[in-house]
Write a protein that binds this ligand. Structure first.
Ligand code: PMT
Length: 392
């Protein structure tokens, strides 16, 4: 243990007086990660470049789970569930919609473009074939590696989009591992993006730890076994959405995600987050259905880019795409804890892939829900920007 902390007791427990960290006390007491300045310089250069292109919108996509180390010389850590699929896939669609993307991701989680040949889903070597041909001059076999034709069709648009992003310099990838890395980076990136004003969007898909071990309570070396059970008391991570919205980047268009395993909690918790933090939109997803449906939850009276047409109770097709069923429920008043507290009116809009016919001949079964999410967000962001121009 660090000298200032209580030592590990006979049963390996880590006794502590639990501290309620405010955002301010968190950043005063927890050291920034060593490579923070280097990463921030790259982010600053990226934002500066796109700041000067007045029509360019910039999105920060956070992706993957944060870890909570149990030791300074880390052998063990707690992890949050997330493969990085939501973030990596969404980043590609934001790029295709003309955004510059800062992709803030958990190291080794899925990334835009390379996700199409990840070691687990599509092993790289499985995409390749060897073509042998006899060389007339040397009489030797000349083996060549090619992408197998059945995979080439699928990879060609991926390669084109990747090259386009590389050529334009519109994708910046920055990694994090621990909750501390993530919080410091989020704070600094949002400050760097603040001058973009309403052109900046925050798409917070990372799965962020709710509990952590502060530096002064963390074991320095590997916690030894042989002392029976291990008990840990962790401190609560301050919710950084509030300062993000109110201080760090007050003009950004901020979209947070809410993950629940109990479908009954999804909408009430999403509404509670909206009324607590005051941002534009919460996208709710239930763990097992997250690839097929999400719900957009927002305050109905907020200048959040929702057109008046979408307040109707009539089911409508979403984002002009006949493959998407976007069903809007009527505004609901005082139906749960959040609305009872503030008497606010909320609107929920479901985006669902369920209506696609399995094995559809148009390949519609391969539609990714992130395409629909991003298209809808881009439209809302545009309306929200437009609305601000009309406001004196
Ligand atoms: O990557 P995949 O496998 O595709 O999975 C995607 C996903 C399910 C992880 C993703 O869609 C998702 O739901 N991400 C958010 C999960 C989450 O952390 O929920 P939360 O209730 O703990 O946090 C809600 C919001 O508060 C988040 O946007 C987070 O950025 C924010 N937060 C969380 C903790 C904290 N201390 N401060 C925060 O601001």
């Amino acid at each position: 243990m660090n000298s200032s902390a209580s030592s590990v007791d006979a049963t390996n427990s880590v006794p502590s007086t639990s501290t309620a960290f405010s955002t301010e006390s968190y950043f005063q007491s927890q050291k920034p990660p060593p490579n923070l300045e280097d990463k921030c310089s790259r982010i600053q250069a990226f934002v500066d470049r796109w700041f000067n292109v007045s029509t360019k919108r910039v999105v920060l996509v956070t992706s993957g789970g944060t870890t909570v180390p149990l030791e300074s010389n880390t052998v063990r850590f707690l992890d949050n569930f997330s493969a990085g699929t939501r973030g990596a896939t969404s980043a590609e669609y934001f790029l295709s919609q003309g955004y510059a993307v800062i992709f803030l991701h958990r190291i080794h989680s899925l990334r835009p473009f390379s996700r199409h040949y990840s070691h687990s889903l599509n092993p790289f070597l499985d995409l390749l074939s060897i073509v042998s041909s006899q060389s007339a001059s040397s009489d030797s076999n000349r083996d060549q590696i090619i992408v197998s034709p059945e995979h080439a069709t699928r990879l060609l648009p991926v390669l084109r989009a990747y090259n386009a992003a590389q050529d334009a310099g519109s994708l910046l990838q920055i990694d994090f591992q621990t909750i501390n890395d993530y919080l410091w980076l989020l704070k600094r990136v949002s400050g760097i993006m603040a001058p973009l004003g309403r052109r900046g969007m925050f798409y917070l898909a990372a799965a962020v730890s709710d509990f952590f071990l502060p530096e002064d309570k963390m074991a320095e070396h590997k916690i030894q076994s042989g002392h029976g059970t291990l008990s840990l008391e962790m401190d609560q991570v301050p919710k950084v959405l509030r300062p993000l919205v109110q201080e760090w980047t007050p003009e950004g268009y901020i979209v947070s995600f809410k993950l629940e395993t109990d479908p009954e909690l999804l909408i009430p918790k999403a509404r509670a987050a909206l009324s607590r933090y005051g941002h534009q939109l919460v996208i709710g997803n239930e763990l097992h259905r997250r690839k097929y449906e999400v719900v957009f939850v927002e305050r109905a009276d907020y200048g959040n880019g929702v057109s008046s047409a979408s307040t109707t109770t009539t089911p409508r097709k979403g984002a002009g795409d006949s493959r998407l069923k976007g069903v809007e429920t009527p505004p609901v008043l005082n139906a749960d804890v959040a609305s009872k507290q503030l008497g606010e009116i909320y609107r929920e809009t479901w985006l669902r892939l369920d209506d696609l016919v399995p094995g559809d001949q148009d390949g519609m079964d391969e539609v990714e829900i992130e395409e629909l999410i991003v298209r809808e967000l881009v439209a809302r962001h545009a309306r929200w920007l437009e609305a601000s121009k009309k406001t004196p």
